[in-house]
Design a protein around this ligand. Structure first.
Ligand code: AMP
Length: 546
């Protein structure tokens, strides 16, 4: 027997309609590319998104076409994002930090018809225009007065494009499983692969994000997503915030400590989300200036592991709740978030922080398990670690155009490529990427754990651990350290600091110092590059053994 409830397709256009109908005057504040802080509302975004859809239709774009953006987090980006999706087309967010060859591969693979770009990125696209024969035009996201000189051909001024439209547009009444968003993974091996989100998956994901134990946004919140819309949909925030009418504060191009602090303060931000490197810059700024964070209630840290000292600094020094989150582009991206469970609120802070440094627990709609190499489930005891596998309605079942073949097992599980533990409370902790674990004497050493402890040393800014060949143990850990500016620190000081904090046999065989650790386009440590840099490195323990 069928239920007798309405069939109401889960489309992202319903989200922006809802924001317009019930939160029309709620603000979206942007640090604009042109410089000043610009204020708009959900009602304005709703109107201008419909103008974008009309203008695109006039340019011949329709259902199923792919239109790209290369923009910071700002209000115009939101308009274009909802305009493209509302037209039934696919909004492809390009990450400007990728190498030119990757960008050109991605834009061609996706068959982008137009690219909407912030003027900051004109040089990025000028460098690859010749490789993009299928792109019909470049829309500069500004008004006539701010149009820069360019070598690009077929350039359109955004304000002139949408200016003549009246906004009288009915969103495409597409099936909820229709594609609406596209984001390529920054995969460390092989070509990037496209993750094609549907209206349904994005709506369900927004609802999961707004779950009280996840980001739990409400209308009273002022939310600052530092995480870019081109990095896995700003972790779903640009869907989740309008769904509840939360104020949005968009940082544009400036993510340094002072600029972020200024927005947190002047816009009375209550919730914010970014990768650890952004929070590192903010914490340095706060330390240097003695400033506090009186309005901020919670900070979400994800994309890479949040080190313990960072969680402690926010919680102890600034009274800000930390939610450590984990996810992947393939998961829309939220996979887990570390809010406390009932009963834990009375625990001493130290014990709560033990929980908060883990990557958190799965919200409803994410199924999660860990398995051994043979696919057998491992116990949830916080000790056994294995392959982290996930299932759910906002998780990819295939990459665009079938690249990479079948990515699910017979039971529909997706192997995340991460190695993790799950404890009896349901909290997951990542120990490594499967590719990065250090195999020493048949046992595994977690590079992430050593890195997170090393960055707690007061003279260290960043640390990375890689496995180096060892004739006896197979691999042994090498700790690579970036000292804080103006500080000198020795190998012995670092090793003494690690003593007692990790198992003795995990102690790195050597510590080396470099000026900068290479990062991927989404801010992760580039272990592959580090392994190349240190390919011929010989550990002193090898020399000693010979
Ligand atoms: P991406 O799809 O580019 O966001 O990368 C996803 C990958 O980032 C995951 O598979 C993890 O390896 C890593 N990652 C994301 N969040 C965390 C976290 N909180 N701790 C450790 N690794 C993380």
């Amino acid at each position: 027997m069928q239920g007798l409830m309405q069939s109401w397709p889960l489309r992202v256009s319903n989200i922006i309609d809802h924001a317009n109908n019930f939160h029309g005057d709620r603000e979206i504040v942007t640090r604009s590319v042109e410089g000043p802080i610009v204020r708009t509302t959900y009602a304005q975004i709703h109107l201008r998104a419909r103008k974008v859809a009309q203008a695109l239709a006039r340019l011949g774009i329709g259902e199923g076409d792919v239109v790209a953006t290369m923009c910071w987090n700002n209000a115009r980006h939101m308009e274009v994002w909802y305009g493209i999706m509302g037209l039934g087309a696919v909004c492809h967010t390009l990450n400007p930090r990728l190498f030119p060859e990757q960008l050109s591969y991605i834009a061609n693979h996706a068959e982008d018809k137009y690219i909407f770009l912030d003027t900051t990125f004109v040089p990025v696209l000028e460098a690859i225009e010749d490789t993009l024969p299928k792109v019909r035009g470049f829309v500069f996201m500004t008004d006539r007065a701010h149009m820069p000189a360019t070598k690009l051909k077929n350039v359109i001024c955004y304000e002139e494009l949408i200016g003549p439209e009246d906004g009288d547009f009915r969103w495409a009444q597409v099936d909820e499983n229709t594609a609406c968003g596209l984001c390529y993974t920054s995969g460390t091996t092989g070509n990037p692969k496209g993750v094609l989100y549907s209206h349904r998956s994005n709506v369900l994901h927004a609802m999961a994000v707004n779950n009280g134990d996840a980001l739990g946004m409400r209308s009273v919140d002022s939310m600052l997503p530092v995480v870019p819309m081109f990095h896995a949909n700003a972790w779903g925030i640009t869907f989740a915030a309008p769904a509840v009418g939360a104020k949005l504060v968009m940082p544009g191009a400036k993510m340094d400590g002072e600029s972020i602090y200024e927005l947190l303060d002047t816009e009375k931000v209550t919730a914010t989300a970014a990768v650890p490197t952004v929070w590192l810059m903010l914490l340095h700024y706060l330390e240097a200036t003695g400033k506090q964070l009186p309005y901020l209630d919670r900070v979400v840290i994800g994309g890479s592991a949040a080190p313990r000292y960072m969680v402690e600094a926010f919680e102890r020094n600034y009274g800000v709740k930390v939610f450590h989150a984990w996810g992947m582009t393939e998961m829309s991206p939220l996979g887990s978030l570390g809010s406390l469970k009932g009963g834990m609120e009375d625990w001493p802070l130290e014990k709560q922080i033990d929980v908060k440094v883990k990557q958190g627990r799965a919200p409803f709609t994410v199924e999660m398990k860990i398995t051994d190499d043979e696919g057998r489930s491992l116990p949830h005891d916080g000790k056994a670690f294995g392959h982290l596998k996930v299932r759910g309605p906002a998780i990819a079942r295939s990459y665009m155009k079938g690249e990479g073949g079948n990515i699910l097992d017979e039971e529909g599980w997706f192997d995340t490529g991460d190695i993790a533990t799950l404890d009896s409370y349901g909290y997951m902790q990542i120990t490594d990427r499967a590719k990065d674990v250090i195999k020493s004497g048949g046992e595994w050493i977690s590079s992430i754990e050593i890195e997170n402890i090393a960055v707690g040393h007061p003279k260290v800014t960043e640390a990375a651990v890689i496995g180096i060949f060892h004739p006896k143990w197979d691999e042994r850990p090498l700790l690579i350290v970036v000292p804080k500016e103006g500080e000198t620190v020795t190998r012995e000081e670092i090793l003494a600091y690690l003593e007692g904090k990790i198992a003795k046999w995990w102690t790195p065989d050597d510590v080396v110092f470099i000026e900068e650790i290479p990062h991927t386009a989404t801010g992760k440590i580039q272990k592959l590059t580090l392994r190349e840099i240190f390919r011929d490195y010989r550990l002193p323990s090898v020399d000693a053994a010979e």
